[in-house]
Design a protein around this ligand. Sequence first.
Ligand code: URA
Length: 282
Amino acid sequence: DQTTARAAGQILAWYEAMGVDAAVQDEPVDWLQRGAKAPGADFAPTTRQSPAAPSTPPAAGRAPSPAPSPGPRAPRRLTGTPAPAAGDDARATAEKAKSLADLGTALSQYEGCGLKATAKNLCFYRGAEQARLMIVGEAPGRDEDLQGLPFVGRAGQLLDRMLAAIGLDRTSVYIINTLPWRPPGNRTPTPAEHAVCMPFVERHVELVNPEMLVLLGGVSAKQMLRTDTGIMRLRGKWASVRAGDKEFPALPTLHPAYLLRQPAQKRLAWRDLLSLKAKLEG
Ligand code: URA
C-alpha cells in the first residue's frame, strides 16, 4: 500500500545517503541475526583465494546466493573456477594480449577478481590511444561503474578542469585506473584485488606506450611505484614506472576526489600540473 511504498522509499533514500548504493547479493542478510560475526565476513571477495574455498559455483546470476545459515564456515568463492595464486594467471593472461583490443577482451573474460561479481561494468579506459600522457587513477566509483568509463563523475569533472588549465583535454590523454571494476560501496581495494589487477595495468601501460604517466592519488602511486611512501611525500617528484621491459617517467600528484574535499590543496596540485606541462613541452 501507499504507506509501505513511502516507507520503503524512505529507507532506500537513507541507504543511499549512507553510501549504500549497490546490491552485492540477490537476497538481504540480516546481520543482527548473525551474532558476533562482522558484516562482510560471509561475503568477502578478499577471502576468495583461500584453498579451503568450496569449488561449487553459486547459483546463476552475478551475485552469490544468500548465506544459508549463521555460524562459522569456509569462505565462499564467487566463481566456480579453481583459485589461482594471486596474480599468476593474471600476468600470463595479460601478457598474451598483443593489442589494446586483446587486452579489453582478456579483461572482460577474466574471472580471477571478485570485484567483477559486484561491478555493473568493466571500466577499461577512456581517452585517445595515441596520447602522449597516460593517467592512472585508483578505482571506478559509482558513476564510472554505471557508464563503464573511468573518471566521468565529479572527480572526473575536476580532472577535466585540471587538464584544461594546462591546455590538455580528453583527446590528448589516456585514462585508466589501478582496478577496472568498482569496489562495492567504494571500499578500499584489498591487496589481493590489486595483485590480480596490476598485471593488466602494467600490460596496459606497455601497449599504450605513452611518453609519461600521471599517478592520481596515494593508491595509484603506491601500486604503480611499488612503494609504501605516502602521496604527500611522493607528489610533485618525477619517478619511474616499470612496465614490461620499459621504464616510464611518472609524476605522482593529488587525487581530484581529495581536492574536492580539501580545496586548499589545489595549490600543490597546480605546482604538479606546471611540472607536467614543462615536461610535455620538453
Ligand atoms: N576516482 C578514481 O580513482 N577513478 C575513477 O575512475 C573515478 C574516481
